[in-house]
Design a binder for this molecule. Structure first.
Ligand SMILES: Cc1ncc(COP(=O)(O)O)c(C=O)c1O
Length: 373
């Protein structure tokens, strides 16, 4: 259909925006390649599915789906505040941690403000910033990790918000305590520092990890999610911990009924299911070891990860495309990282033991095939 010249126009920064492209779904790949079974190692989801307790709570909550959700999120915020020993008013819940990020960007950034982050980090953030037409400074990675010294130097009088993912997605690298503390000392108090800790649970008891909410800094926003270790990515629920003045502002603009009732009930039950999270973390530790060993045997360059995924550097974008395509044909979905600004790299989510083994054996086959081609 031809549009008339009077058709409404979007703002220029929206017209220019490259949309966020999520990983392919299993159904898409089955359709495209005529496959019956597909393994998805592309989106850092939990290979065990949701916790049984969360499933039962979600089923129960479904009976009440005709009611609007509790917009105050009372039960879940109370459980989180008790766990973290903070006030109820220090907690916000939202439709995924991305939903909360969107509220932060809307509430805190406008006109003359700038945001600062790194290259090679979570693209959900960069897409959000660009969708608001906010200028974004990105500092190059150093050795696959954040260069916090360069980032501190990149702060300008217009910087209003800084975003760090720790561990970082997609590199899996960790900002250690000393680096965090040094960086924080250089961040002026009027700048909001977002510490996105989507993979917090997978860090385990690593002593060098700076758990950002323990510092109780007034301008630090700790962001976490039920999408990863808790296995609830499809329900869209995450939470934030911050000064009550910040939370108060966000509550004014967040959609009143997010997250939905079923997500709130499932998250509350999942948060109580310690055994499930423990099992998930233990399996992830073993899965990472299997992948490191296998990748080392295959001579594939990879980065040590503190999350539930591993990044592999294939040295060229052509190889990344070739391997991604061949793995798809074999029913394994992984994530090429061109959109993250890492065109020579791909990311693999840690799967179930048999999925990790299958992936490694397919990679071995492909390496043999590649040397013949
Ligand atoms: C660093 C990081 N932050 C946030 C998210 C999104 O989490 P949620 O599902 O809670 O929106 C992801 C998902 O991949 C992520 O890797």
């Amino acid at each position: 259909m031809m549009l008339t010249s009077s058709f409404p126009c979007v703002a220029e920064h929206i017209a220019r925006l490259t949309p966020y492209q999520p990983g392919k779904t299993s159904e898409e790949v089955k359709r495209e390649f005529g496959l019956e079974r597909v393994i998805k190692l592309a989106c850092n989801e939990n290979p065990f599915g949701p916790s049984p307790m969360a499933k039962a709570a979600a089923m129960q909550a479904l009976q009440e789906a005709h009611y609007y959700p509790d917009s105050a999120g009372y039960a879940l915020r109370r459980a989180l505040s008790q766990n973290y020993r903070v006030k109820f008013e220090n907690i916000i819940i939202g439709a995924g941690s991305e939903g909360i990020l969107a509220s932060i960007v809307r509430a805190y950034l406008n006109g003359n403000d700038e945001a600062l982050t790194s290259d090679g980090t979570f693209i959900g953030f960069t897409v959000l910033i660009r969708s608001q037409g906010i200028p974004l400074r990105c500092v190059p990675l150093r050795n696959y990790a954040y260069d916090l010294v360069a980032m501190a130097r990149a702060i300008t009088p217009r910087t209003k918000l800084i975003y760090l993912a720790n561990p970082n997605n997609p590199t899996g690298t960790l900002i250690d305590r000393a680096a965090f503390e040094d960086f924080y000392s250089k961040v002026p108090g009027h700048i909001l520092l977002i510490m996105d800790e989507a993979y917090h649970e997978f860090v385990g008891s690593e002593p060098a990890y700076p758990d950002s909410q323990l510092y109780r800094h007034d301008n630090v926003f700790t962001l976490r999610t039920f999408s990863k270790a808790y296995g609830l990515a499809g329900l869209r629920i995450g939470y934030g911990i911050a000064h009550e003045t910040i939370i108060e502002q966000l509550l004014k603009i967040k959609l009143p009924f997010e997250p939905n009732h079923i997500a709130q009930a499932a998250a509350l039950a999942a948060f109580a299911d310690r055994e499930f999270v423990k099992r998930t973390i233990a399996s992830n530790v073993k899965g990472l070891e299997t992948l490191y060993d296998g990748l080392a045997r295959l001579g594939m360059v990879h980065v040590r990860s503190f999350g539930n995924f591993v990044m592999i550097d294939l040295g060229s974008s052509k190889r990344v495309q070739w391997f991604s395509r061949r793995l798809l044909e074999r029913g394994i979905i992984i994530r090429p990282l061109a959109a993250f600004g890492l065109p020579d790299c791909l990311r693999i989510t840690v799967g179930l033991p048999e999925e990790n083994e299958l992936l490694l054996s397919e990679l071995a086959n492909l390496l043999k095939q590649e040397s013949v081609v």
